[in-house]
Design a protein around this ligand. Structure first.
Ligand code: APR
Length: 250
């Protein structure tokens, strides 16, 4: 069953130069970064109501920064896994035109994808809540929390917290990519956080083939996805890449 679907996915990718990948935390689990909602995920250790809303950040930036610093150290030490490198190779081969990611870990760029839309921002940049000045993370010491701007305002990662708007440019680009793509690979997302979860729906409405890659079914599986490749993102996307490579050679 899965072999047939790998073949079907590879044939769909092979026929198109308008493949878009839409990714969530599950694609980075095999890089050692826990996702949010699986057993042992981040939200089991840190209550999102206390650590992931913009209200919580304003109420106690030092407390939220303790989690951010711990996560940041983990993200800095993580490397792309075969799922990321397969998507980068498929871009090099001319099939993938963009990656829309909910992840803030920068692993798609590290793997080599060049058109990455960071729908929920990035942990690599900080912004001052008072004057709006932006910093690269490496410019700022995290010895004392919260880190402060030169104007003495509190600095926050350019990560989208619950209660904050999606960066307008990223939203527009993601919608256009979803509307225009012919194939969308939806990889490692529970697809329950809005408005990100509308992106595969937009692709479907635009006539794309929507293929899920996930260890388990999601709410997309029955209503939006054309099929699901159940299993590890790393092994599955590597298998799709191998099949595309084989079909191109044959
Ligand atoms: N291979 C494939 N799928 C996996 C793997 C894996 N190795 N590990 C986990 N998954 C799947 C899980 O089954 C789940 O469906 O990845 C998904 C991860 O879901 P979430 O933890 O909810 O992460 P995500 O969908 O990215 O969350 C969306 O919620 O908390 C906010 O801003 C945060 O961007 C995040 C958003």
């Amino acid at each position: 069953m899965k072999e047939d679907l790998i073949q079907k996915t590879a044939e769909a990718v092979l026929r198109s130069n308008k493949v878009v990948a839409f990714t969530g935390a599950g694609i980075s689990v095999e890089s050692g970064i826990p996702d949010f909602r699986s057993a042992g995920g981040l939200w089991e250790r840190f209550d999102p109501a206390e650590y992931a809303t913009i209200e919580a950040f304003h109420a106690n930036p030092q407390k939220v920064w303790t989690m951010l610093r711990e996560m940041g150290n983990l993200l800095e030490s993580s490397r792309p896994n075969p799922a990321h490198t397969a998507l980068a190779q498929l871009e090099k081969m001319g099939h993938i035109r963009s990656v829309i990611t909910q992840n803030i870990d920068h692993l798609h760029q590290d793997a080599g994808n060049t058109r990455v839309i960071e729908y929920h921002g990035s942990h690599k940049r900080l912004i001052c809540l008072s004057c709006g000045r932006q910093y690269e993370k490496g410019e700022v010491s995290l010895d004392t929390l919260p880190p402060l701007c030169r104007c003495t305002g509190v600095l926050k990662p350019t990560v989208v917290f619950f209660g904050e708007p999606i960066p307008w440019g990223a939203h527009l680009q993601a919608m256009e990519e979803a509307r225009d793509c012919e194939v969308m690979l939806v990889v490692g997302t529970s697809a329950i956080v809005s408005p990100a979860c509308d992106i595969p729906v937009m692709a479907k409405r635009g006539g794309a083939v929507v293929v899920e890659v996930n260890r388990e079914e999601t709410q997309l599986t029955r209503y939006v996805s054309d099929w699901i490749l159940k299993g590890s993102a790393a092994r599955t996307l590597q298998a799709v890449l191998d099949r595309v490579t084989g079909l191109r050679g044959s």
